[in-house]
Design a protein around this ligand. Structure first.
Ligand SMILES: Cc1ncc(COP(=O)(O)O)c(C=O)c1O
Length: 376
């Protein structure tokens, strides 16, 4: 049987990983500044994580959401403390798109409305309404185009005010730092204005923290730089360090009703064990502080290099916008320097390493990058 060929692939098969490194089937080791697309948070094959997964797998991998799963409450308690949202409610799912689908659906249930506002260059996932809220017609099928979503320009608060005044919008969904869109940081003012306008017009504010959340920005959630409290926060990627999982944090005033949301696999025992280990390691290894320190260092070192137009981001979510298309540069980073990075559009290299990236590893990247730019 053939694989359904939808992914353009590098000709590399990763065999194993450790910390911020991965090794291919030929034995070549790579520095991983991509984190498998921002998914690896505490590092590949962290011993505490492996121990937690092995222990849980030996006991119970899965049982359904029709019985009490104490690991879900343990995770909720740890997450409430780590995120600063102990009063919010947790609903667990399996992926980022599923988290956003449920967030938008919940907003529609709560408000009784059916319109959604998203922003230009947004990426919210590839399913149903999440993909309609994604500003890329190429990945929307006709069945996804239901005229439910209005895409507004980034930072255009006047356009937002005009739409919200109609009082028919269920939710405004925003990535506090756009990932796929090229590492665009929403200003504090923009987020605050969204909060004020949504509150004034009975609309819910959803922050999609699937890529920029869970410590990646140096705060637990990227929107926390602005001080706003969204109604719903969506999470995935780093939440379980590679084990498929997603979740929603839901404001205390949103009342649950039996059956309004549900999933077979969401919040299963093995996923919860993985997510608990992630939060314990993040705390014990003080990873948020490392993210800020190493991220600031990287950004300082990258700014002003020849050929670099702009360096954007926060923490270990960094976009390096090149003056010229970066395809060859990124390919040289992988094939000659053995460093994985991400990409966005034609000119932006994205750095999304594990949150445990060390200063030495950052230096290794900087020296390779400088070498490829011809700066020695
Ligand atoms: C901001 C954001 N939202 C949603 C998603 C979708 O997540 P998933 O691929 O787990 O469905 C992604 C994935 O890249 C993302 O970056």
């Amino acid at each position: 049987m053939k694989l359904f060929d939808v992914y353009p692939l590098f000709d590399i098969a990763i065999d194993h990983g450790k910390g911020c490194h991965v090794t291919d089937t030929e034995g070549v080791e790579y520095l991983d500044l991509y984190g498998g697309h921002a998914v690896i948070s505490i590092g590949h094959s962290h011993p505490r994580y492996l121990e937690a997964l092995n222990r849980q797998a030996a006991k119970l991998v899965f049982y359904s959401n029709s019985v009490i799963n104490p690991l879900q409450q343990q995770l909720a308690d740890l997450l409430g403390e780590a995120s600063g949202y102990p009063d919010y409610q947790l609903f667990l799912v399996n992926s980022g798109a599923e988290a956003n689908e449920n967030a938008l659906k919940l907003a529609s249930f709560v408000t009784g409305r059916r319109r959604v506002i998203a922003f230009s260059k947004a990426f919210h996932g590839r399913t149903s309404l999440a993909v309609e809220a994604t500003d890329n017609p190429k990945i929307q099928a006709p069945v996804n185009r239901n005229d439910v979503v209005t895409v507004l320009p980034w930072n255009d608060t006047e356009a937002l005010a005009r739409e919200l005044e109609k009082e028919d919008v269920a939710a405004v969904i925003i990535e506090p730092i756009q990932g796929v869109g090229g590492i665009q940081v929403a200003s504090d003012e923009f987020l605050k204005t969204i909060r004020e306008l949504t509150s004034a017009h009975g609309t819910l504010m959803i922050t999609d923290e699937i890529q920029c959340g869970y410590g990646r920005s140096g705060r637990f959630f990227a929107h926390q730089y602005s001080g706003v409290r969204p109604d719903i926060i969506t999470m995935a990627k780093g939440i379980a360090n590679g084990f498929p999982m997603g979740g929603l944090l839901i404001a205390p005033d949103i009342k649950p009703v039996y059956g309004m949301l549900g999933t077979t696999f969401g919040g299963n025992h093995l996923a919860c064990a993985a997510a608990i280990a992630v939060l314990e390691v993040m705390k014990d290894e003080n990873l948020l502080a490392n993210v800020t320190e190493t991220g600031n260092y990287l950004m300082e070192q990258l700014k002003g290099l020849p050929g670099v137009r702009e360096v954007r981001g926060r923490g270990l979510m960094i976009g390096i916008e090149m003056e010229e298309p970066m395809k060859q540069l990124r390919s040289d980073l992988i094939h000659k320097e053995h460093i994985f990075t991400g990409a966005s559009g034609t000119n932006v290299i994205r750095l999304l390493p594990p949150l445990c990236l060390t200063r030495d590893e950052a230096d290794r990247f900087i020296s390779s990058f400088r070498k490829l730019l011809g700066v020695g």
